[in-house]
Design a protein around this ligand. Structure first.
Ligand SMILES: [Zn+2]
Length: 384
């Protein structure tokens, strides 16, 4: 089958897996994640964390992902070496970021990266990653769109993720999040909106008309209690919707099979209707639909002549697959990461019969454990 498309991730955050759980988004971000990132994230952290994430994604059958994090050149180098396909962006925030001396420094990071990686690798698309409309102001967001359009580069942004974000937008601009983005011309070009949990009835047609690729992250939305995205309403309105894991600090893994399952179950229970978001619909969201959401329709996400050879084999040997009546049912409601046997990206084998060929998993695991040990010791010392 085609490889899976993970439309929203912060790959290196695998190293912060489990560092702060059971917290609301703004508490989690402002009091745990942003401070931990300023303290611990450097080029080495991003290299090891991204390798760990790529290992897990290959292991689980993800062949394309859309990433947003610090030190994007390091992310791109890891992706280039391990053979995956990715859209890579620098997280840009108007405050001191881990890869910048000061706030204004952090604002110019994204542009340099896009310039450096334009056309450099057939598997890597450098894109812009303005974090959100509460970490950048309207002027900065409009300037980001202008810069992106100069390079024809897509933008990935957290969009209408939480009630906080929508309220902030109303208080600051007198408009809800997506209306604000539309009003400043931010949607005048390829846009990937991560989460989109709280679009209003007026905003959903804007998403369809502007061809915004919406990435639904059910696990993260459930874990941080951001809410339930109106996925069926968006699909019915013609919005392109794909799936993503978000970072491993709010998931806490990068398992796209689980995202498919939870996306389906969450809509069913919200609408008290088991007929919504069927297995075949979420399977499409994780493959062809996800590819369309990020602008790679006709390139990946399907098995047919002329497309890139991004494909996976899933083994149905394990006892949890017995018996087998319906393949699509098993892919969505039974399969997990460990069932993926082989992975090919761009015609190159990255995993064969469960053996990773492009990453030294023993080294990656040892380095990740060693670095996480240092982080744990520093956090314990701080909390004493
Ligand atoms: Zn995110």
């Amino acid at each position: 089958m085609p490889g899976l498309v993970n439309g929203h991730s912060h790959a290196a955050m695998t190293l912060l897996r489990g560092v702060a759980d059971d917290l609301a988004l703004m508490d989690w971000l402002n009091n745990y994640i942003f401070p931990a990132e300023v303290e611990f994230v450097d080029a080495e952290f991003v290299r090891i964390g991204t390798e760990l994430a790529c290992w897990e994604m290959i292991r689980g059958g993800t062949t394309t992902f859309v990433d947003m994090y610090y030190y994007p050149d390091v992310i791109a180098e890891v992706v280039e070496d391990c053979g995956l396909r990715a859209y890579v962006s620098a997280t840009v925030i108007d405050q001191r970021s881990p890869d910048a001396e000061n706030a204004s420094d952090s604002l110019v990071k994204g542009a340099g990266f896009v310039e450096r990686w334009q056309g450099r690798s057939s598997r890597i698309t450098p894109i812009y990653g303005p974090h959100a409309n509460y970490t950048l102001n309207a002027e900065q967001l409009a300037a980001t769109r202008a810069a992106a359009n100069r390079y024809g580069a897509p933008i990935s942004i957290h969009m209408s993720e939480s009630p906080f974000e929508v309220q902030y937008s109303k208080d600051t601009y007198g408009m809800t999040s997506i209306e604000l983005l539309e009003s400043i011309g931010f949607l005048d070009g390829p846009t990937i909106g991560a989460h989109v949990v709280w679009p209003t009835d007026r905003e959903i047609p804007i998403l369809a008309e502007r061809k915004v690729g919406v990435i639904h992250n059910p696990t993260s939305n459930m874990k941080i209690a951001s809410g339930i995205a109106p996925v069926t309403a968006m699909l019915a309105a013609g919005v392109r919707v794909g799936l993503g894991t978000d970072g491993a600090a709010s998931n806490n893994d990068l398992d796209m099979w689980e995202e498919m399952r939870l996306a389906s179950f969450l809509q069913k229970v919200e609408q008290m209707n088991p007929e919504v978001l069927s297995a075949s619909t979420v399977l499409t969201m994780a493959t062809r639909g996800g590819a369309a959401a990020i602008g790679l329709e006709g390139e990946v996400g399907e098995l047919r002549p002329g497309l890139r050879a991004d494909l996976i084999q899933v083994a149905f040997d394990d006892v949890h697959h017995v018996p087998l009546y319906d393949v699509v049912s098993h892919l969505v409601y039974v399969t997990d990461e460990q069932d993926v046997a082989s992975v090919v990206v761009d015609g190159r084998l990255l995993m064969r019969e469960g053996n990773l060929l492009t990453l030294d998993t023993d080294r990656v695991a040892a380095e990740a454990r060693e670095l996480a040990g240092r982080i744990k010791a520093a956090l314990e010392e701080r909390n004493q």
